[in-house]
Design a protein around this ligand. Structure first.
Ligand code: S3P
Length: 179
């Protein structure tokens, strides 16, 4: 349970387009924590974009890189971690994150996600002829993993600042209880 865990960080999980990076930055600023985005760490190490890694090396290589970054996070403190949308689908990643972080899932419906990501082209998994169908399929597949989060926050009807406020509130609550 939470009391036996070492909650030193905050991890945001959830599907593409749920606002993990934007909310994560706001939360990190408010808590005076470091902000880290797993996709950015991977990109800066590989010297190429996520899209290029998918195209040139394939998804399994990207997932391995992701796995390596997650393991390194166990050494971090006072960090808000925004994760790639597919990262929680590996059980080992979720187990690892839960050891040191409060895991918060940002949620939105497939339609809302589509509305948010339709004008963007940097996500290889959505460069499909039927992106909405792909979102529905992947979201259904990943839902059981996302539901393993400590907290689920619906992002649909709220501006990002309000979502960030909810996340901060949940984090402070846990800090008080586990102190
Ligand atoms: C992915 C989500 C992306 C990125 C990669 C794969 C996924 O991150 O890691 O394109 O499998 O859902 P965001 O969720 O930050 O877009």
């Amino acid at each position: 349970m939470l009391a036996t865990r070492r909650i030193e960080n905050l991890a945001l999980i959830g599907f593409m387009g749920t606002g993990k990076s934007s909310v994560g930055r706001l939360v990190a600023d408010a808590l005076h924590f470091t902000f880290l985005d797993t996709d950015h760490v991977i990109e800066s190490r590989a010297g190429k974009t996520v899209r290029e890694i998918f195209e040139e090396e394939g998804e399994p290589v990207f997932r391995e890189l992701e796995r390596g970054v997650v393991e390194e996070l166990t050494r971090r403190k006072k960090t808000v971690i925004a994760t790639g949308g597919g990262l929680p689908a590996n059980e080992a990643n979720m187990t690892s994150l839960k050891r040191h972080a409060l895991v918060v899932c940002l949620w939105a419906s497939p339609e809302k996600i589509y509305e948010r990501v339709r004008s963007q082209s940097h996500r290889p998994l959505l460069n499909e002829p039927e992106p909405l169908e792909q979102i529905r399929r992947l979201l259904a597949e990943r839902e059981p993993y996302y539901r393993q989060a400590d907290v689920l926050v619906n992002t649909e009807l709220r501006p990002l600042r309000e979502v960030a406020g909810q996340v901060i509130h949940q984090f402070r609550l846990v800090q008080t209880v586990s102190r």
